[in-house]
Design a protein around this ligand. Structure first.
Ligand code: IVH
Length: 677
C-alpha cells in the first residue's frame, strides 16, 4: 500500500510539474526548462504509467498539453479534439511503439506500414470546409476549445479558400502546421525569439492586416471530422488533398519497418539544417486508417502515432549567478542566471538546476562554464560543467538554508523509505509571502477557479500593489485602484470583473483542489468531493474533533492514503488556513458533488473478461468497454453485470461462479455482434 502511495505521489508531483511548465510556456510565454527536459518529464510520467497500471485510473494525465485559449478571440469547440503526440527519443522507444501496436491489435506476423512525416515546429491550426468552402479556422487552444482565427488564416495565400472538386467531403476538417520560413524570419525578426514565436504572434494579431504582413506558410498533415469518409490510408489522404490544392510536406514517405524508420531518421536529420523550416523530429503514423481507429487514443495522445525527436540542441555559456525560486508548496528551486547565449535560434539567459542534490552531484558553481541544452522553446537546463575552465579560486555553491522570506527551510524525510527528499521546502505556507503569492496563482489557474485575465503576471502586479494577499481578496478587488494602472482600461476591467464573477460558482471538487492542500491534486479533489458531497460537510474538517473522526474514514477511499490524510490534517491544523478557507467560502456558491454517468452500449455496466479473443487484445477490449460507458472489473462479485468469454482458454471456474450469481454471459462471437465488428 505504502509503495503504491509513493508511486502515486511521485506521479502526481511529475504531473503537476508538467502542468506548471505547460503554463509557464503557454500562458506566460516564459518557459523555464528546456524542451528536452520537458520531453523527459513527459516520458517519465508515461513510463510510470506503463509500469503502474493503476496510475491510469487516476485519470490525471488528461488535457495536460496545450495552450489555453486567450480571450482575444471567440472560442469555438473543435469538432474533434486536437490531441498531442507522445515522444520517442531512440530506436528502443520506436521498437516499443511498434510492439505496443502489435500487442494491442493482436497482430503477430503482418508488417505494419507507417507514414513518416516531418514534425514541423510551428503552430497548429484547423481548417473547416463545408461543401468545399472554408468556413472556420481555429487555433489549437487547449485541444478541446480553440480560438476563431479564420480571418488571420485567410491571409495565408497557400491555404485554399475553396476546394475545387465536387467529390471532396461535404464536411472536411483539415489540420496543419503554420510556420514562417527561416529566410523570411531573418527578414522580419522584430521582437520574436524564433520563427515559431513569430508565427504564433502573427496568427494571434487582432487585426488580420497585421497577419498579412508576415509571410506565413503551412503544411497540412491530418484530418479531424470528415463526412463522408473517403480515405483508406494516411498516405492516400495526403495524396488526395495535395491534388485538392493543400500544401503537403515533400518529405513524407511510407515506411515498413524499424530499419526503414531508422534510415529515414538519419537521412532527414542530416538535411534538417538545410530546410527552410524548423523541424524537431519525424511523426510516425500507422498508415491504415482502420487500424488507427481500432487503436484509438489514450487520454491525450493517439496510440497510432508518435513523434520521434531529433537530439536536443546544446550550447556553452557561463553561470553569472544562482538564485532561488519558491513554489506554492514551498519547494525551493535553484535557477542559474547565465550569460545570454543563442541555442538553436533562441537567446537563453536562465537555466534550471532542479534542486540542491543536482547542484551537489554535478558540483555546479557560480562562474562555471557549463553546457546547456534546449530543444524547441521550453526551459533550458544545465547538463554538465567544464571543470577544466574553472577558476582556481572558485568556491562550492552553498545552497541557502533560508527561504526568501527568511524562514529556515527543511528537507522532509519520506516516512516509508526514510530517505531525505531532494527538495528543500519552506514550511510557512500562507505566512510566507513568496508561497502565498504562488498559492494565489494556483487559485486562479485553469484547473482551479479558471479566471480569465487574472494570470500570473497580473497576480504579481496586484500583489505588489497590496490589492490581494489571500484568495478571498480576489472577490473584493478595489477596481478603482486599477483603473489608472498601465495596461488596464475600462474594457479589461469589466472583462476581469465578469470573469471573477463567473468563477464564483464552482464545483466542490475544484474548490477542494483550489485551496491548495499539499498532495491534494485534481483527482483527489474529485475523490474527496464524492466523499463529502457538500461544502457544509467538508467544513466539518475545520473543527479538530470532527476532523479526527472524518480522517479515520478517509483511509477507506481508493486513492487517498496516509500522506494525503496527514497533509489534510496539517493544513486544517493551521488557524490561518482555516480562516483563509472560511473567508473564501463566504464569497462563493459551491456546487454539491454529482456523480456522472457516461452514455454508450455499456453505460454504467460493470464488465469482466475471461479468455483471449481472436480479433483483438484484452487492452483493445477494455478500451471498447470504457469508450462505451462501462467499467472493467477484475473480480467476479455481485457487483458484476456481464462476463464476456473469449474463445481462447477461458477460466471455467469464473464462468461457473458467474452462472451461480446469475450474471449475464456474452460469448466472443456475440461480443463482436454487439459492437458491430
Ligand atoms: S499529427 C493526433 N503530424 O505536433 C495527431 N502533428 O505534438 C496529432 N505537428 O499539435 C498530430 N507536424 O502541431 C502531426 N506531421 C505532423 C506534424 C504535427 C507538426 C505538431 C502539431 C501537433 C503537435 C503534436
Amino acid at each position: 500500500m505504502n509503495h503504491k502511495l509513493e508511486i502515486i505521489n511521485l506521479y502526481k508531483k511529475k504531473i503537476s510539474l508538467l502542468k506548471k511548465h505547460n503554463k509557464l510556456y503557454f500562458n506566460n510565454d516564459n518557459p523555464i526548462i528546456s524542451d528536452s527536459d520537458y520531453d523527459r518529464l513527459k516520458k517519465e510520467i508515461i513510463n510510470l504509467e506503463k509500469k503502474n497500471n493503476f496510475l491510469k485510473k487516476l485519470n490525471l494525465n488528461n488535457k495536460i498539453v496545450g495552450s489555453p485559449p486567450s480571450n482575444k478571440f471567440k472560442k469555438i469547440k473543435h469538432l474533434k479534439p486536437m490531441l498531442s503526440l507522445s515522444n520517442a527519443f531512440n530506436k528502443n522507444d520506436m521498437q516499443d511503439f511498434i510492439n505496443k501496436i502489435r500487442n494491442f491489435l493482436n497482430i503477430k506476423d503482418k508488417n505494419i506500414e507507417f507514414s513518416s512525416e516531418p514534425k514541423i515546429d510551428g503552430i497548429s491550426a484547423t481548417l473547416i470546409y463545408e461543401n468545399g468552402i472554408l468556413i472556420k479556422g481555429l487555433s489549437r487552444g487547449d485541444g478541446v476549445i480553440g480560438e476563431d482565427i479564420l480571418e488571420n488564416l485567410k491571409t495565408i495565400n497557400e491555404i485554399p479558400k475553396k476546394i475545387k472538386d465536387n467529390n471532396a467531403p461535404s464536411l472536411f476538417e483539415i489540420r496543419g502546421e503554420i510556420y514562417i520560413g527561416k529566410k523570411d524570419f531573418n527578414n522580419i525578426k522584430g521582437n520574436f525569439a524564433n520563427p515559431r514565436n513569430a508565427a504564433g504572434g502573427s496568427l494571434r494579431q487582432k487585426d488580420p492586416k497585421e497577419t498579412s504582413r508576415i509571410p506565413l506558410k503551412y503544411f497540412a498533415y491530418g484530418f479531424g471530422a470528415v463526412k463522408p469518409m473517403m480515405f483508406n490510408t494516411q498516405a492516400e489522404f495526403l495524396e488526395k488533398i495535395k491534388n485538392w490544392g493543400f500544401s503537403i510536406n515533400p518529405l513524407v514517405k511510407v515506411v515498413k519497418n524499424l530499419q526503414e524508420i531508422e534510415l529515414q531518421h538519419s537521412q532527414i536529420d542530416s538535411i534538417r539544417s538545410s530546410l527552410d523550416y524548423d523541424i524537431d523530429g519525424l511523426v510516425y503514423k500507422v498508415n491504415d486508417l482502420k487500424l488507427q481507429s481500432r487503436l484509438g487514443n489514450t487520454s491525450n495522445s493517439p496510440r497510432w502515432a508518435i513523434a520521434y525527436k531529433f537530439s536536443a540542441e546544446k550550447a556553452v555559456t557561463k553561470i553569472k549567478d544562482i538564485v532561488i525560486q519558491v513554489g506554492r508548496t514551498g519547494a525551493i528551486t535553484p535557477v542559474a542566471k547565465v550569460e545570454p547565449v543563442t541555442v538553436g535560434g533562441v537567446v537563453v539567459s536562465n537555466a534550471t538546476l532542479h534542486n540542491e542534490d543536482e547542484i551537489i552531484r554535478k558540483d555546479i558553481r557560480i562562474g562555471d562554464t557549463v553546457k546547456i541544452q534546449r530543444a524547441g522553446d521550453v526551459i533550458p537546463q544545465v547538463i554538465s560543467v567544464d571543470k577544466t575552465k574553472r577558476n582556481q579560486d572558485s568556491k562550492k555553491y552553498i545552497f541557502p538554508e533560508k527561504c526568501l522570506c527568511g524562514a529556515t527551510t527543511q528537507k522532509e524525510v519520506n516516512k516509508s523509505t526514510k530517505k531525505e527528499d531532494a527538495v528543500r521546502r519552506c514550511l510557512k505556507g500562507y505566512e510566507c509571502d513568496f508561497i502565498a503569492r504562488e498559492k494565489l496563482k494556483h487559485v486562479v489557474s485553469k484547473d482551479a477557479f479558471n479566471i480569465d485575465g487574472l494570470g500570473k503576471k497580473v497576480i504579481d502586479q496586484f500583489w505588489d500593489l497590496k490589492l490581494i494577499r489571500k484568495p478571498s481578496d480576489i472577490f473584493r478587488i478595489n477596481y478603482n485602484k486599477i483603473e489608472n494602472l498601465e495596461g488596464w482600461g475600462k474594457l479589461s476591467i469589466s472583462n476581469l470583473k465578469k470573469a471573477i464573477d463567473r468563477s464564483k460558482i464552482i464545483d466542490l471538487d475544484r474548490f477542494i483542489f483550489s485551496i491548495g492542500i499539499r498532495h491534494i491534486g485534481q483527482e483527489n479533489g474529485k475523490i474527496l468531493a464524492s466523499f463529502f458531497k457538500s461544502i457544509n460537510k467538508f467544513s466539518d474538517l475545520f473543527n479538530e474533533k470532527n476532523r479526527k473522526k472524518i480522517l479515520e474514514n478517509l483511509i477507506e477511499l481508493d486513492g487517498i492514503g496516509q500522506i494525503q490524510i496527514d497533509s489534510i490534517n496539517s493544513f486544517f491544523s493551521s488557524n490561518k488556513n482555516v480562516e483563509i478557507v472560511k473567508t473564501l467560502i463566504v464569497e462563493l456558491k459551491i456546487i454539491n458533488f454529482k456523480a456522472q454517468s457516461k452514455n454508450g452500449k455499456f453505460s454504467n455496466k460493470t464488465i469482466m473478461f475471461t479468455g483471449g479473443f481472436e480479433k483483438m487484445s484484452r487492452s483493445e477490449a477494455k478500451s471498447l468497454v470504457e469508450s462505451n460507458g462501462g467499467k472493467v472489473l477484475g473480480k467476479i462479485s455481485k457487483k458484476l453485470d456481464i462476463l464476456i468469454i473469449g474463445n481462447s482458454k477461458p477460466t471455467k471456474k469464473k464462468i461457473e461462479s458467474a452462472k451461480q450469481l446469475n450474471i449475464q454471459i456474452i460469448k466472443e462471437i456475440d461480443w463482436y455482434k454487439l459492437l458491430d465488428l
